[in-house]
Design a binder for this molecule. Structure first.
Ligand code: BEZ
Length: 235
């Protein structure tokens, strides 16, 4: 494998690299077909493996929740289309796991035997495996910009609550021009950007605005769960 190709990695704030791919839902052009929606492009190591199966069942069960937040899912592994189809059929017909059964994976799963897309997105990490993609997650915004990237090794199944929390937090940051503190969830206080001038900072410290300031550089304000969810989620 050509090392130079492997280390090419898209970064946060950059346009998501374009590709055309064959998937279980037909051909897709990424990210152009996804403009106007958020997209989560994620890789898994291999079809017919247990951690990946638990992840696909979880993601498929949450697909409508992500769709309500204007986010589409796209999976990828270094497997062929017929393997993908056979694996997803097995999941639907045979696997019952943690109360999930008859689970149909309706989002596209990319076949990437050539590793073309996996290499383009830095999903191959030879120290971990030279033939399997690691568990990468790329959050791409409605303008096609990469906004967050999370990586997990082969043995570690992802936390889907965290993927959803990160999506809602980024959408909230965009909609309300705020930032979100550690472990933020809708309904928790949000961080207002640092004050641009001494006057603003002084007002904040004197609580003229409805903020709580821990110091001049660290102010929060209330943002109700209802306001967040009614702004972000599609009815
Ligand atoms: C799994 O999904 O179970 C798995 C895949 C590749 C390596 C290790 C575990």
């Amino acid at each position: 494998m050509d090392e130079n190709q492997i280390i090419a990695m898209p970064r946060i704030g950059e346009a998501a690299p374009e590709f055309k791919a064959v998937t279980t839902q037909g051909e897709i052009n990424f990210p152009s077909e996804y403009k106007g929606s958020w997209a989560i492009l994620f890789s898994h190591p291999a079809d017919f493996t247990p951690v990946c199966t638990s992840e696909f069942m979880t993601f498929a069960s949450l697909e409508s929740k992500f769709a309500e937040a204007n986010c589409k899912l796209v999976g990828l592994s270094v497997d062929g289309l017929y393997s993908h189809i056979a694996w997803l059929r097995t999941i639907k017909e045979k696997i019952e796991y943690k109360g999930m059964k008859d689970v149909e994976v309706k989002f596209p799963l990319i076949e990437d035997i050539t590793m073309e897309v996996a290499k383009k997105y830095g999903m191959m990490m030879p120290g971990e495996s030279s033939t399997k993609a690691v568990r990468a997650v790329f959050f791409v915004d409605p303008k096609g910009i990469i906004r967050a990237i999370i990586y997990y090794p082969l043995s570690l199944g992802r936390n889907f609550d965290e993927l959803y929390r990160a999506l809602i937090a980024m959408q909230t940051a965009d909609a309300f021009s705020i930032a979100t503190p550690a472990d933020w969830r809708p309904g928790d206080d949000v961080i207002v950007p640092p004050a641009g001038s001494c006057g603003v900072a002084k007002d904040r410290m004197e609580n003229k605005e409805e903020m709580k300031c821990y110091d001049w550089f660290f102010c929060t304000k209330k943002l109700s769960e209802e306001t967040v969810l009614s702004t972000i989620l599609k009815k």
